[in-house]
Design a protein around this ligand. Structure first.
Ligand SMILES: *Cc1c(COP(=O)(O)O)cnc(C)c1O
Length: 226
């Protein structure tokens, strides 16, 4: 299957109001252009250097999302253009995004990454750490970041019940925050969950944004960093 058909197949399975973030990490500019020509405008990368390089080479109406772990010292490279950062997992990182966004006179949309998997390798915050971050005095002072929701990654497993439970957990936490801390904030509306192998389950559990890579671009060559 070619990239354009893959995109149409994925879109056909998504409700109209669920956004598709095409995860293009390790893929070439030519491959991304094929998706672009099929109408896709939202792309996600997990490495800062790769994201910057692709941003420079590709059409400027692409919305770039950073989905991988972000080091504070690298925020400055993406702050001029990044549309959304899915992986905010500390107050320190949020403060740095705020500072760099301010320099460019921008407001950067961010998702708080919640640790929902039963694996030690996944990044993210526990429910309690999410509350601590939101209740921190720095949080309300960060005027150049806009917290638009939560992101989570399920355990890499064939056990669909477990994956579903993890997504339910994320959706429940989102609902609780929406009704309390973000009750007056209509911008808090996104749940980024679901990848190639589990996005249908994620959508059933309330995902508003799926991050799909290999189902669009084909399998990635093995690389422990990707
Ligand atoms: C790679 C990646 C994806 C996409 O994974 P696929 O299984 O290829 O769809 C989604 N989210 C994050 C954070 C990723 O790093």
């Amino acid at each position: 299957m070619d990239i354009a058909s893959n995109i149409r197949l994925v879109l056909a399975e998504l409700p109209k109001d669920v956004k598709l973030v095409a995860i293009s990490k390790t893929k070439t500019v030519e491959e991304i252009l094929r998706a672009y020509q099929a109408g896709q405008r939202i792309f996600g990368e997990n490495k800062v250097q790769e994201l910057v390089s692709k941003y420079e080479q590709l059409p400027k109406d692409i919305e770039w999302h950073l989905v991988g772990h972000l080091q504070t010292n690298k925020v400055k490279y993406i702050a001029p253009f990044v549309h959304m950062i899915h992986s905010v997992d500390s107050m320190l990182l949020l403060k740095e995004i705020d500072k760099q966004a301010k320099k460019h006179n921008r407001i950067i949309s961010c998702l708080l990454e919640v640790y929902i998997a039963k694996e030690e390798t996944k990044f993210g915050l526990s429910d309690q750490e999410i509350y601590e971050l939101i209740e921190s005095p720095y949080f309300t002072e960060s005027n150049n970041v806009r917290i638009v929701g939560l992101m989570g990654m399920a355990t890499f497993t064939d056990n669909n019940d477990q994956i579903r439970h993890e997504f339910q957990h994320l959706a429940m936490l989102f609902k609780k925050l929406k009704e309390s801390k973000f009750a007056d904030n209509p911008e808090f509306k996104e749940i980024s969950m679901g990848m190639s192998s589990d996005f249908l389950i994620a959508v059933e559990e309330g995902s508003t944004m799926v991050r799909v890579g290999s189902k669009i671009f084909g399998e990635r060559n093995y690389n422990p960093d990707h």
